[in-house]
Design a protein around this ligand. Structure first.
Ligand code: 6PG
Length: 482
């Protein structure tokens, strides 16, 4: 009997996905460029399973049922192109290549086009959940050539995480790079959620002067609220984790954040598409600032500020902080969904937002109860412009607002940088302002460059220029939007 699917790449994610597929009754053919890894895998984690090894691409292809389904679990970027180029000569019309890495969606768009021209089918699938997820149920976000979906659907939906109602956290996302775009936004949101939690941690530690045990208890209590999520869970564990000397390990970890690029891509796309993705962008910049460790240490000596301890009732501050985190999260997801909406329009992807929330409900890094509420909101109104149009989220924001303002204002007074919580409240204030100071901005543009402006007492679309100084001419420059 031939294999149902081939997997190339036996790093931890690849191995775990293969074991997961095997558990669900699929026959998997495993290949790795360094072929000794295939034998190590077969004699190690895969021993006693139905997993088959292949020591060349020819062997891999020969051992697969047609149309062949071959999943690449290799590093995003040129390695994916290299494997595709090597595989193509062995494949036949209708065969399917799946890229399960964190690829940048324009690459997926391009690969779809190139492979279609060769009569082959391509899927770019975002896979989230880390090693645990890959082994026991990831969230999977496939997009690409739709005709290939029916062939991989039974495998992907079987291995994916399930919601509490038993629905698979895997469904078709859209054409071409749609799956990888949605995974990119997932990662951007992941960056935002992580930074928000870090801001709450610093407020507790430096502002409220809490010990690690106290912070652990506070986070543990948050798990029982609307904040219940995987990232809060692991942060709760991390705060309690002690090094061999019995002190908190996290305190000994160097405060410089790494990043592999997906958050940055989310921010770049937001700028390109004109979407104010302020919170996620700030979370990327917060990682950049953190990476300037030596500069920060030097600057801290030049410009000393000591975070002032925050006085007042601790329990009250903690509740205010919890509400600030929750409200900021609503803004972050609102901005992320705005970005997906714009991309969907631009690329004709017809994204289903309720479904996207469902894909993220379990299995992935941002999994949370909160995503179930987002799903409900989009089921009630698929056309939501922003989450506060939904009563549940509007009530949370309204209820949180006084505490949220207090926390953000206090963080500025106490010299605790909270770029994401601040960005979130600033966005809310701007987005809910019927009038902003952009009238002055338009006047400035017209003053120095004759860029024209529209008037409040004239219909939209009519543009005016004023000779502000009497020295400039009456000729306006052309009006266009980027
Ligand atoms: C996931 C994660 C995964 C990876 C991130 C890490 O969904 O399982 O997002 O894809 O851990 O890419 O990203 P950074 O290294 O940029 O933090």
């Amino acid at each position: 009997m031939k294999g149902d699917i081939g997997v190339i790449g036996l790093a931890v994610m690849g191995q775990n996905l293969i074991l997961n597929m095997n558990d669900k009754g699929f026959k998997v053919v495993a290949f790795n460029r360094t072929t000794s890894k295939v034998d190590e895998f077969l004699n190690g984690a895969a021993k006693g399973t139905n997993i088959i090894g292949a020591h060349s691409l020819q062997e891999l292809v020969d051992k697969l049922e047609k149309p062949r389904k071959i999943m690449l679990m290799v590093r995003a970027g040129s390695v994916v192109d290299e494997f595709i180029a090597q595989l193509v000569p062995y494949l036949e019309e209708g065969d399917i290549i799946i890229d399960g890495g964190n690829s940048n969606y324009p690459d997926t768009n391009r690969r779809c086009e190139e492979l279609a021209a060769k009569g082959l089918r391509f899927i770019g699938a975002g896979v989230s959940g880390g090693e645990e997820g890959a082994r026991h149920g990831p969230s999977i976000m496939p997009g690409g050539h739709f005709s290939s979906w029916e062939h991989v659907k039974p495998i992907f939906q079987a291995i994916s995480a399930k919601t509490p109602d038993g629905e698979p956290c895997c469904d078709w996302v859209g054409d071409n790079g749609a799956g990888h775009f949605v995974k990119m936004v997932h990662n951007g949101i992941e960056y935002g959620d992580m930074q928000l939690i870090c801001e709450a941690y610093q407020f507790m530690k430096d502002g409220l002067g809490m010990s690690y045990d106290e912070m652990h208890e506070a986070f543990k209590a948050w798990k029982k609220t609307e904040l219940n999520s995987y990232l809060i869970d692991i942060s709760t564990d991390i705060l309690a984790f002690k090094d061999t000397d019995g002190t908190p390990l996290v305190e000994k970890i160097l405060d410089t954040a790494g990043q592999k690029g997906t958050g940055k891509w989310t921010g770049i796309n937001a700028l390109d598409m004109g979407i104010p993705l302020t919170l996620i962008s700030e979370s990327v910049f917060a990682r950049c600032v953190s990476s300037f460790k030596e500069q920060r240490v030097a600057a801290s000596k030049l410009f000393t500020h000591t975070a002032e301890k925050i006085s007042g009732d601790r329990a009250e501050w903690l509740e205010a902080l919890r509400l600030s985190l929750l409200a900021s999260k609503i803004i972050s997801y609102t901005q992320g969904f705005m970005l997906m909406h714009e991309a969907s329009k631009t690329f004709n992807w017809n994204l289903n937002y309720g479904n996207t929330a469902l894909l993220w409900r379990e299995g992935c890094i941002i999994r949370s109860v909160f995503l179930g509420n987002i799903r409900d909101a989009y089921i009630n109104n698929p056309q939501l412009t922003w989450l506060a149009e939904d009563e549940y989220f509007r009530n949370i924001l309204q209820n949180a607002l006084p505490s949220w303002r207090k926390v953000v204002a206090k963080s500025v007074e106490a010299a605790i940088p909270m770029p994401c919580m601040t960005a979130a409240i600033t966005f809310l204030d701007g987005y809910t302002s019927a009038r902003l100071p952009a009238n002055l901005l338009q006047a400035q543009r017209d003053y120095f460059g004759a860029h024209t402006y529209e008037r409040t007492d004239k219909p939209r679309g009519e543009f005016f220029h004023t000779n502000w100084t009497g020295r400039g001419g009456d000729t306006a420059s052309s009006t266009y939007q980027v």
